[in-house]
Write a protein that binds this ligand. Structure first.
Ligand SMILES: Nc1ncnc2c1ncn2[C@@H]1O[C@H](COP(=O)(O)OP(=O)(O)OP(=O)(O)O)[C@@H](O)[C@H]1O
Length: 257
């Protein structure tokens, strides 16, 4: 376990009679880009919610850097370095793009509003926010109100806000969800550059199989809440169990999206 950034052991959650995540043993090495694939309802988002603390496991445990996260809430897990995006965008609409990121950077730096009036600290945070906006190709829109961004740009802003929280592990839940086809390449490029920069270990949920194969070092397949397979993209694509149980559906999803 020591070599892994994230481990789950027997991770299970039951909603009434339905087991949404079932006895999942999962490992993620630091620096890896791993994607979780699986058909609609397979348990992917629920698995993320169990890692980030939005949901409590019925059984089993999540370990982050060797620490058992049982009993730790969302905020404690975020402070430990787990940053998570959602399928729905999560930005403050009436603030500017820059303010959204600066507020997140401020929260991490612990600079209070009283001290915030201190010009040097303020400008350092603004500088940091601009750097983060550059990483997601949004710096030219820094002064725009977040609500006036396109959907695709809101998703980029959300990633910049997450990066401001300096996560070691980035959980990206379908970053292309709801995007127009024209918007997709830009977000893929942002994620590709994040991977190349190497600052974070990234776990991605995504239905777009081309994107997953293009970016991922490893793939995990969830099916009916169970971890069906885990390995390199090549191993997964050649896995008979995955082929017979799942890949038909995956391609159908990829074509529809
Ligand atoms: N809070 C909840 N209460 C009851 N059932 C839930 C809850 N959250 C998820 N489920 C159920 O758990 C199963 C897994 O859902 P989940 O959203 O994790 O799937 P998914 O693989 O992320 O699907 P998608 O690709 O469509 O986002 C589904 O059957 C879903 O209806």
């Amino acid at each position: 376990m020591a070599d892994h950034l994230l481990t789950t052991q027997g991770l299970t959650i039951q909603f009434g009679g339905h087991v949404a995540v079932s006895d999942v043993d999962f490992q993620l090495k630091p620096g890896t880009f791993k994607s979780i694939i699986g058909p609609n309802g397979a348990g992917k988002t629920t698995f993320f919610n169990l890692i980030s603390g939005q949901l409590k496991a019925t059984r089993g445990a999540v370990f982050f850097k060797g620490t058992d996260l049982t009993g730790k809430g969302v905020a404690a897990r975020a402070r430990m370095g787990i940053g998570r995006s959602f399928q729905i965008t999560n930005v403050l609409p009436s603030l500017t793009v820059l303010e959204n990121v600066r507020m997140a950077a401020q929260a991490v730096s612990g600079v209070s509003f009283r001290l915030f009036s201190h010009y040097r600290k303020f400008s350092a945070l603004e500088q940091q926010a601009h750097e983060l906006l550059k990483k997601v190709h949004l710096d030219s829109q820094a002064d725009k109100l977040a609500k006036n961004l396109s959907h695709g740009d809101k998703r980029k802003l959300e990633i910049a806000i997450l990066l401001a929280l300096e996560p070691e592990l980035l959980l990206l839940d379908e970053p292309t969800a709801g995007m127009s086809l024209e918007e997709v390449p830009a977000i893929i490029e942002v994620i590709r550059e994040l991977k190349a920069a190497g600052g974070q270990t990234i776990l991605l949920i995504e239905h777009k199989i081309d994107m997953v194969l293009d970016l991922s070092d490893e793939l995990a397949v969830l099916f009916n809440g169970k971890l069906l397979a885990d390995g390199t993209p090549e191993e997964i694509m050649n896995n008979d169990l995955v082929q017979s149980a799942y890949l038909g559906g995956l391609y159908d999803d990829a074509i529809k999206s």
